[in-house]
Ligand binder design. Structure first.
Ligand SMILES: C[S@@+](CC[C@H](N)C(=O)[O-])C[C@H]1O[C@@H](n2cnc3c(N)ncnc32)[C@H](O)[C@@H]1O
Length: 329
């Protein structure tokens, strides 16, 4: 499936960039991307209002698409989950808050937490022109998660998207414990789909399991991860690029793939992991469709034979990242 920003967010963004020449933004977008790739945090990479605009045009659609994909998987693991309150940690321009409000327009409260002034100021402007009360009335909290501070406000869904990358390893343990402790329902953690992002999630995963949480997705089990280096667990969200996205990024293609890695965890009773997960792009041949599956005790590639019409019709609709309940008979 190809994701696009919801029209309300796209039009809010367009109204904030109205009249801004895209040339200089393109230059800043490239510098920001280079800085993030080199391991800089947002404080160093995104310093001015222009920088935030460049981030919002070129990174926000990708992080939004990853968040949206992960929320899909969270709901497949726990279909009855229906949050009323959201805490978006390291919200940046408000990406997670918008993804949640677009999915659940009747939310009671959204809290956007970030330590970085330029992101908070931009998020505020975007919230002011949002079409949902949950966004126009959302609460913004300026807090540095890596410093001692007030306890996190409990929420049904706590989200930390693309934040761990900016923290020291020692801070990851503590922030994951605090975030899970604040989550009355689900904690969703998303990182770039790189080996480093995956490693950070493995630290988070063990911390969560040690505190008694259950991993609902993507893992079908609670044992140590079975994926062996140099491989790592990641998925990809395909997203449409708007014209301003393409111009700012200086690219032609109408879509891009955002690799991401994630965890959905809970301390509550609801939900259950899928029995297996497709951890690579399905490959088709005359013989059938081969699915690389992460299962309870093993990783194996299972081929659904073409001669089995029902099972293979079902398998054709499956994609990388989907949960797998077994062949359809
Ligand atoms: C790469 S941006 C991701 C923004 C947003 N979650 C998204 O997915 O588009 C990382 C965000 O985490 C915030 N952040 C990093 N370290 C933080 C900390 N110690 N306390 C609070 N926010 C932090 C940054 O200021 C930045 O807004």
């Amino acid at each position: 499936m190809t994701n696009a920003l919801p029209p309300a967010l796209e039009s809010a963004l367009q109204s904030l960039i109205h009249g801004t020449p895209l040339g200089p933004l393109s230059f800043r977008a490239q510098a920001i991307s280079k800085a993030y790739r080199a391991g800089s945090g947002s404080k160093a990479a995104v310093q001015t209002g222009q920088d935030v605009l460049a981030y919002a045009l070129t990174r926000m659609p990708a992080t939004f698409a990853a968040i949206d994909d992960v929320l899909d998987q969270a709901l497949l693991a726990w279909p009855e989950f229906s949050p009323k309150t959201i805490l978006d940690l390291g919200t940046g321009p408000g990406t997670g808050a918008w993804a949640c409000a677009s999915r659940w327009p009747e939310l009671d409260q959204i809290v956007l937490l970030d330590r970085h002034g330029p992101f908070q100021e931009f998020a505020k402007k975007l919230l002011a022109i949002a079409p949902f009360t949950s966004l126009t009335q959302a609460k913004q909290v300026v807090q540095d998660l890596a410093q001692p501070g007030p306890a996190l406000a409990p929420a049904d869904l706590v989200l930390a998207a693309y934040v761990l990358a900016e923290l020291e390893q020692a801070a990851i343990y503590s922030i994951i414990r605090q975030a899970m402790g604040a989550a009355r329902g689900l904690l969703v953690v998303i990182e770039p789909g790189t080996p480093q992002g995956y490693q950070r999630l493995m630290i988070a995963r063990q911390t969560l399991i040690d505190m008694g949480a259950r991993i609902l997705a993507p893992c079908p089990h609670q044992h140590a991860c079975l994926i062996v280096a140099p491989d790592w667990c990641r998925f990809a969200a395909r997203l449409q690029r708007s014209r301003s996205h393409r111009t700012t990024k200086g690219v032609e293609a109408a879509f891009e793939d955002e690799p991401y890695a994630y965890l959905v965890a809970t301390l509550a009773d609801g939900g259950s992991p899928k029995p297996a997960r497709i951890i690579g792009p399905p490959s088709r041949s005359k013989i059938g469709i081969a699915l690389k599956l992460c299962q309870d005790q093993k990783i194996e590639t299972v081929t659904i034979p073409s001669r089995d019409r029902t099972a293979s019709a079902h398998a054709r609709r499956l994609k990388w990242g989907d949960g797998y309940d077994g062949p359809r008979t």
